[in-house]
Design a protein around this ligand. Sequence first.
Ligand code: ADP
Ligand code: MG
Length: 686
Amino acid sequence: MQEHLLAPVTSLSGVGEKRAQLLEKLGIKTIFDLIEYYPRAYEDRTQVKSIGKTELGETVCVEGTVASPVNTRLIRKGLTISKVRVVDDTGSLSITFFNQSFVENQLKVGETYCFYGKIEGNLLRREMNTPVFEPIGASPLKTRRLIPIYPLTAGLPAHQLSGYIRRALAVYNDELTDPIPTEIRARETLAFARFAYENIHYPMDEKALELAKKRLIFEELFLLSIGLLKLKSRKNDKNGLKMGKIDLNPFFNALPYTLTNAQLRAVHDATEDLQKSASMNRLVQGDVGSGKTVVAAACAYFACKSGFQTALMAPTEILAEQHLKSMQEFMAPHGISVELLTGSMTAAQKRKCKERLARGEIDLLIGTHAILTDDVEFSRLGLVITDEQHRFGVRQRAALTAKGENPHLLVMSATPIPRTLALILYGDLEVSIIDELPPGRKPVSTYAVDDTKRDRAYGFVRARLEEGRQAYIVCPLVEESDAMELKSVENFTKQLAETKFYGYKVAMLHGKMKGKEKDAIMRAFANGEIQVLVSTTVIEVGVNVPNATVMVVENAERFGLSQLHQLRGRVGRGSEQSYCILFSEIRTGITRDRLRVLCKTNDGFVISEEDMRLRGPGDLFGTRQHGFPDLKIADLVRDLDVLRTAQAAAKEILQKDPTLSDKEHLELKSRMQNLFRQEEYGDSFN
Ligand code: ADP
Ligand code: MG
């Protein structure tokens, strides 16, 4: 892939820092991102009619010759009206422009233009108001074709974005090399890359658009397949990491509880894998609260006693800190050293930690996914565990492969993945399912209510606080970085502290807080010093405070069902009866049905199936959830057949050229790498 395509958007003339920031909001950073920013829909302006054939109320293109000079009048202050009459062989059309007196200079008597707009007036006197128009001589841009509609952001008008894309396509056209090998492109009858990019944005017609889509969907799934297959081919024959048999009884005996059979099975599966020379690739799937952490601890114990280091990665710092605490408790009796490495530590702390790690003085390192970055060196990394990060599974494997290391990998996830998809995506992962909750758990009682029940609900929460329990109140935020929204959560918290929960200890937690601050608040909550924790969704995954028995969710309709299930999973983690109250103003249709599902069941698999049934698969399998690059155009469910074909083609290519070093595959290789580019490993430890 040409370097130029990966240059920042500002290298396109006319795009300055300010525009670049707006574009970044849309996820567009490079020229290639711009080219790959596909329209979400098209406005069909292809219909061209003779004036006399047009019907009232339809929106069409007509080609008319200007019959009289444009006549502009000032109607009142701030309102000018420009009128012009255009004709063709079949009739005439009166066109009016409001506040566009400049059309006087654009529409010349005797010249023919194409006008796109709605036919109004009556059949004797047809009219059009403020149409889009352009001369018929030049190649059509605004009329007589499908016009792309892009998802936009405030401050960036459609024509501007569209203009940038058009310019990028024109300027970089020569550099758009085709990543699909010729024979495959021919066999699958796929359009050329340049044709596809051109026509996905500015389709000549429906047919061209279909060809472009077909090609780009295939391309995306083909690149994905190549990437996934490369991961699977991760060398499995190294002998270095085969671990010896370790007696786990000392670990089990020091626990305050006995493992459930399902937990024991998962531990057994994983530790069997660790004793093989082939690298483990295992997924431990278990509903929220099923006790995955201790399974991870048992495996880490096993690895450490075999003389290897373990890395445990969590999706958030809060969760990493919590794991640190529980792992320290698990490991303390056994002389296993556990340490934390996160982005919010001071430079000196990080350096010290990294040194100790490289010297092998740390047995179990806990952190966010960033602990796999280049400058973090282990002395003998044997096991990598990722928690609640089904979405990192793929990337981590990519990162590890890239580092040339070959440790065993254990992925822990609460999100059920549909089987067909799992086979393709995680075909190389073995799966252990924890289908049993620790004994004594009571299902969380869940209620979906509207504002009229607010006082009662808060009264109920206060009653639980009086019993010595704690509560979460979760507010949705569109973006953690939105200052306005954060402000509103702050105000909400303050208001609660001063009114409904006056006299109780109320605190707030959000993603923008400093690591230390978050840590302090979480610690205070875990120790019972905070009674009501108002939070954004940073507590969504994994947080474990068993004394918290009430979860209140504001604007519950804004969350997906599986996400609500995760949130609810923060309570019901001890033997006390727990409650979940879902506030929602929307009482109709799907929203209510969705929330009802949660009231009826606590089973994560049932919930995700229902979620899929109600919302359609697209959302649920949103690629972000499942751990591979964001797909721009393909849909893993709709395009499952294409995925199969693409996968077969990918296999074929890799069989012939496993390292993709053939000249014909160089573009393919660099595009695949770009797709898997490790932007998520970006936050560094400097
Ligand atoms: P999750 O699977 O959601 O990560 P955790 O590992 O956080 O669940 O465990 C949830 C809670 O259950 C914790 O408080 C943990 O101490 C407790 N727990 C785990 N296993 C058992 C068990 N076998 N018996 C009793 N409690 C357990
Ligand atoms: Mg967990």
